[in-house]
Design a protein around this ligand. Structure first.
Ligand SMILES: C[S@@+](CC[C@H](N)C(=O)[O-])C[C@H]1O[C@@H](n2cnc3c(N)ncnc32)[C@H](O)[C@@H]1O
Length: 491
């Protein structure tokens, strides 16, 4: 654990503080790094006006630091070193043909900069995208950026930087995207500022990250995992893998790339050690969900009318002529492949046909389930919540819609209502393993012991499935994989 020769603090206190920091933030201050922890404790106690650093440390250990004091401590514990267009090799790789093909293949690219410090990294990505694609692209980009350091996030939102943030940045970046302000500051243009959404997020709260069902096409996490303990870094990397869409890309640094599991990722561009592409798992791409039966209103036979659909993400396939049943099946297949934007378009078309009175679905609530979940996956939470509430008025006895309601309410921070919705889903169908799983995760994150019972119930139901069977209404998770995830919490 912590080395003994460090004098100004009691070793027992220091070891305990080290454990707490590891538990709460995933940060590793053991061994030689304990010196940094001591100076962080000394500086934080001074800044917060505490009696002395030992007193401050005791407050930390007893969980008695105020939110402001914790923010001050985090400011000293974290290293916010960053600048615009950090790593020339990376930014030139992102301008290669392979990268352009990747970006232009899809209609919607969801990007997450995890551990973004004061915003230079996500803003650099936004600037690059603007330079390369500007308004001439059909592809829509969404950039989410997060950090644990409140001061960094506040700075990022302001978008004001000094020279030091441009220490190795191409000249066109400042010329085209910044305006000079008083006192040596440069302000980023509003058009770029508005493209990035910043939020406070603790990357060591892995369950919360897993529970949020948004998926990304690009996750960039550079110079962050080096500060974490090995198990937390590994767990987070596995989570990034799960949060990526199929063939999504993970961007790290060459030195951190040794942690990347080469069974799960391959190099995105030969010779580049910091960009990786998520490998497809054959089992997870097959879609075993059978479409519900669709009947034409008059004849009760499958609908014959052909519907033409423009698929956004595969720009080479402009139109496909499909009947409604094929359309539904294709929408399910795209969902199973994690192509949520396409799946949504296809389900929207099915809904239009139903609303036009051209056909009936035996299980209309299932269609609504997919309309809502695709919106969740694409990050359109407000829309998903509104849609789901509308559908629930009509299908109040549908367990799937209550299940989604639970997920959406949890993301709104409405713990009690989310728990109620998931319990309702279970009451309506006690054979659906995902409701138990979500409820257990919710209770785990709220420190409720009942989570164990619900994980166990979920496992019991999953054991009735084949190990490699995809769980119905999941986005390609096999029973075996979910059991593995759950058992991590039951050991
Ligand atoms: C060196 S900066 C990296 C900035 C940027 N990614 C880059 O490479 O230029 C490391 C960032 O990780 C953040 N960080 C450290 N622990 C974290 C945690 N548990 N959750 C979220 N962010 C964390 C720090 O606040 C800091 O801003």
């Amino acid at each position: 654990m912590v080395k003994k020769e460090i004098i100004p603090i009691d070793t027992l206190l220091l070891n305990k503080a080290c454990e707490i920091i590891l538990k709460n933030y995933g940060l590793d201050f053991s061994g030689d790094k304990s010196k940094d922890l001591i100076s962080a404790l000394i500086n934080s106690s001074k800044e917060s006006g505490s009696k002395n650093h030992e007193h401050f440390t005791k407050l930390l250990i007893d969980n008695n630091l105020s939110e402001d004091e914790l923010d001050i401590l985090l400011k000293y514990l974290t290293v916010g070193e960053t600048y615009f267009f950090r790593d020339e090799k990376l930014f030139s790789a992102l301008q290669s043909k392979t990268a352009k093909d990747f970006f232009q293949k899809k209609s919607y690219i969801n990007i997450w900069s995890a551990g973004c410090a004061s915003g230079e990294e996500p803003y650099s990505i936004a600037i690059l995208i603007d330079k390369l694609y500007g308004n001439n692209s059909d592809t829509k980009f969404n950039i989410f950026a997060s950090d644990i350091n409140k001061h960094s996030i506040e700075k990022a939102k302001k978008g004001l930087y000094r020279d030091w943030s441009f220490r190795s940045t191409p000249q066109w970046v400042t010329a085209d995207y910044f305006s000079e302000r008083k006192n040596g500051f440069y302000e980023i243009s509003d058009s770029i500022k508005n493209k990035v959404e910043f939020a406070l997020l603790n990357l060591s709260k892995i369950e919360e990250i897993k529970n949020n069902s948004v998926r990304y096409d690009v996750i960039i996490c550079r110079n962050v995992l080096i500060y974490f303990s090995k198990p937390v870094a590994k767990n987070l990397l596995d989570t990034f893998y799960q949060k990526l869409n199929n063939e999504g890309i993970y961007i790290t640094t060459a030195s951190e790339s040794i942690n990347v599991n080469k069974n799960l990722f391959s190099k995105f561009i030969e010779g580049n050690n910091s960009i990786f592409i998520k490998k497809k798992f054959p089992l997870e791409t097959s879609n075993k969900i059978a479409p519900p039966s669709i009947k034409s209103k008059k004849t009760e036979s499958p609908v014959k009318k052909n519907i033409s659909v423009k698929l956004e993400s595969k720009k080479t396939v402009i139109k496909e002529e499909l009947n409604l049943s094929q359309l539904y099946k294709k929408a399910l297949t795209e969902y199973g492949k994690n192509n949520f934007a396409d799946s949504l378009i296809l389900f929207d078309n099915v809904e239009r046909e139903i609303n036009n009175g051209k056909a009936n679905l035996e299980d209309a609530a299932e269609l609504y389930f997919y309309l809502v979940i695709n919106n969740i996956k694409l990050g359109n939470h407000a829309k998903a919540l509104k849609l789901n509430e509308t559908y629930l008025v009509k299908y109040n006895l549908d367990y799937r819609l209550h299940y989604l309601h639970g997920i959406l309410l949890q993301e709104e921070g409405e713990f009690n209502k989310a728990e109620e919705a998931l319990n309702k889903s279970i009451y309506l169908n006690n054979k659906f393993p995902l409701s138990f799983f979500k409820l257990a995760n919710l209770q785990l994150s709220a420190g409720k012991n009942s989570y164990k019972r619900n994980f166990e119930k979920s496992v019991k139901l999953l054991l009735d499935l084949q190990n490699d069977e995809i769980i119905k209404y999941s986005d390609g998770i096999t029973a075996g994989n979910l059991i593995k995830q759950i058992t991590l919490h039951l050991d």
